[in-house]
Structure formats: structure tokens, C-alpha cells
Write a protein of this length. Structure first.
Length: 198
């Protein structure tokens, strides 16, 4: 499923932002819930695959220092513009989940809404290692991916609960696991996990 950086860039250049299938039009509701409840404390945040920047903007509004990364330069521009339009500043840059351009143990909270599930199988362990590398000890990681409850078809990999557990339990302690949907035009079924770095 993994697309090249150029293929992601082409996808952004061929579509208006409102038509992108992952555009929820606002921040992820579970991210909002967890931040407002204080479950995710304010700190240095990393928004992985920031896309249009909705989650990043929400985090900035709630006093997080935010680094947003995306493999597409056009996505970086869109996220930066959305933050600027809201009168906010975040640090947005090109970046790949498989080689995160952030120093070791710099991040308190990493957010991934829909990036991990587009990686090829051989890239997933590297991505898990990279998130663990940039997180501080006991840093938090919120991950939302397509679930195996979503019917087969095109698009991201549908993860089973066991696949996620096998990939992540070596580096992370799972604090919460729940089923849901990705907000947006198609509402595909998802699994979400809030984890703590071991």
C-alpha cells in the first residue's frame, strides 16, 4: 500500500482539500476527548502525517508545542496555512514516519490518525521504533488505523487487534483500546490505541 513521496504529492495536487478522503473537517473526536479530559497532558507534541493540520491546530489551541510532519510538501503548506489562518504557529515540515526528523526523546505525545496503516508490512516495525525513539520515557502515543471490521477493498491495511498488539507491545504499554470510525466522508471502521512508551 505504501505510496512514494511523489505519489502522495500527486494525490494532494490532483484534489481540492475538501475532497480528500481523510479530511474530517476538524480534529479527531477522540483526540479532543482525551486532551480535554487531561488524559493527554500538555507538552511537546508530534502530529504524524499531519495532512490538513486539523489535529495539529487543535493541539496548538490547547497550548501544546506542535511539530507536524507529512511526506507531501503540499500537505505541509496546507497545514501551515490552516494554522496561520487560525492565528497560530506550529512547526510544520516534510517528514517520513519511517525516519522521523526529530531528535531522540524530544516528544511528550505522538499522534497518528491514519498514517501507520498505509505502510508496507516491512516498514511497520521501523515506524514503531521511530515513534519510540522520539518519545520521552512514559511518553504517550495515540494511534488510529483501519480495522478488520472494515470490509475488504482498496485503501489502507485492515489491522486485527492481534496484529497491533504484536507490533506494539514490545515498545509500548497499551492503556486504552477501542473501536470507532474515521470521521470524514466515508467513515471507515477503525481501531484506536492510547499507549505509553515503556
Amino acid at each position: 500500500m505504501s505510496l512514494t513521496a511523489q505519489e502522495w504529492e500527486d494525490f494532494y495536487s490532483r484534489n481540492i482539500p475538501q475532497d480528500l478522503p481523510w479530511n474530517a473537517g476538524g480534529p479527531d473526536p477522540d483526540l479532543v476527548r482525551l486532551v480535554k479530559a487531561g488524559t493527554i497532558p500538555v507538552g511537546q507534541a508530534l502530529d504524524i502525517g499531519t495532512g490538513l493540520g486539523h489535529d495539529a491546530v487543535f493541539l496548538i489551541q490547547h497550548h501544546f508545542n506542535v511539530i507536524g510532519i507529512d511526506i507531501s510538501p503540499s500537505a505541509v503548506v496546507l497545514a501551515r496555512d490552516n494554522a496561520s489562518t487560525a492565528g497560530l504557529f506550529g512547526f510544520f515540515q516534510e517528514g517520513d514516519l519511517r525516519q522521523i526528523p526529530v531528535e531522540d526523546q524530544f516528544i511528550d505525545f505522538a499522534n497518528d490518525r491514519g498514517c501507520f496503516h498505509v505502510l508496507d508490512p516491512q516498514d511497520r516495525p521501523k515506524a514503531v521504533d521511530e515513534v519510540a525513539r522520539v518519545l520521552k520515557r512514559r511518553g504517550l502515543y495515540l494511534l488510529r488505523v483501519f480495522s478488520d471490521k472494515e470490509p475488504p477493498g482498496e485503501g489502507p491495511h485492515r489491522f486485527t487487534h492481534k496484529e497491533l498488539d504484536d507490533l506494539l507491545r514490545g515498545k509500548f504499554k497499551i492503556l486504552q483500546f477501542w473501536e470507532g470510525v474515521f470521521e470524514g466522508p466515508r467513515k471507515p471502521k477503525s481501531y484506536s490505541m492510547l499507549m505509553e512508551k515503556r
